[in-house]
Design a protein around this ligand. Sequence first.
Ligand code: PMP
Ligand code: GLU
Length: 389
Amino acid sequence: MKISTLVSKIPASPTLSITAKVKELRAQGKDVIGFGAGEPDFDTPDNIKQAAIEAINKGVTKYTPVGGSPALKEAVCASIEADYGLQTTPDNVIVSCGAKHSLYNLFLTLFEQGDEVICAAPYWVSYPPMIEIAGATPVIVDTRSEGMKLTAAMVKEAITARTRGIIINSPSNPTGMLVERKELEEIARLCVEHDIIIISDDIYNKIIFDDKEFFSVATISPEVARRTFIINGSSKTYSMTGWRIGYCVGDATVIKAMTRLQSQSTSNPTSFAQEGAVVSLRSDQGIVEERRKIFEKRRDLIVSKIREIPGLDIIPPDGSFYSFPSIKGYLDRFGSAEGLADYLLEKVLVAVVPGEGFGADDHMRLSFATSEKNIIEGLERIKHALTAL
Ligand code: PMP
Ligand code: GLU
């Protein structure tokens, strides 16, 4: 059957494809080491699981309001006040089926044909396709020559009369980089001057290393907060990727329009998953810090192991659980990052995500949301495969 023109143009998410491929190979009995997964390897904390089980037993198994239960919206408002010092009300919140779904609703609600949305490369794989689904045009600002750090000067150069939005993702997937505070302040000033909406995807805001601090544009001034939409969710902070709970916080009129859109597509996110999310936000946050420390140790380990491999180069990530080394030293040999990723999978059963999908075809992404043992063994295998050339 004929596939619509719109869907024909959408690439499959490469991060999800690699994760699926690793699972398939493991099911065939292959000893694959996977650096593909964009999800914590930790289990969901027990108190969160128990809350969802109890919710099912209590009969919280029916539709909730489309944009999320009042209890979860209140919990999101409380966490926004704690983390950003911003006062919001449930009217400013929509809960969706993952942060990805909130972003999708937001792009579709705000952007259309003729609009341009600025997006720093290397970018998370789903931003450009989602902007395009909305009919708008992603304007890619390449940060590779500046050590993967988005600057206000780059943004200024990309602004045109058609610019309607900009995505800030700090720490970033896939680079792990934070955008410097002074750059964010200047970017925010440009956004006010040119009437640009800011999408602040803060999904890695609790996974930051070296005593660096999370800083959000939304906190710069009430004027900037008014034009900012904060995106976050349960997936990364609470190891709840399969629960599919994410949210967007921002202008109440836009949130209401997004809720209308959601009412004609998924309706509410799963009722008992929302109950788990309430507990995740309301309970003691000690486990988040414990896990952050583990990620930091793994970051140090993976960076040191990558640096032992000739031809690879890495800027240590400030946060997230991704390392994004340059593979320039091997491009001539393999022609592309995809070529190198295929070679590593075939030769030594190591799965990485090639850089093409992130807008950086001279890099590859290795997630360190995996054990130290896997990091040591996997990087040993990569070293062996590359030095054998
Ligand atoms: N934003 C970024 C930058 C991500 O890496 C992800 C990865 N899953 C998401 C949003 C979406 O997360 P989820 O839909 O699982 O909440
Ligand atoms: N965001 C994660 C990743 O980058 C999960 C997969 C996805 O949704 O892309 O791997």
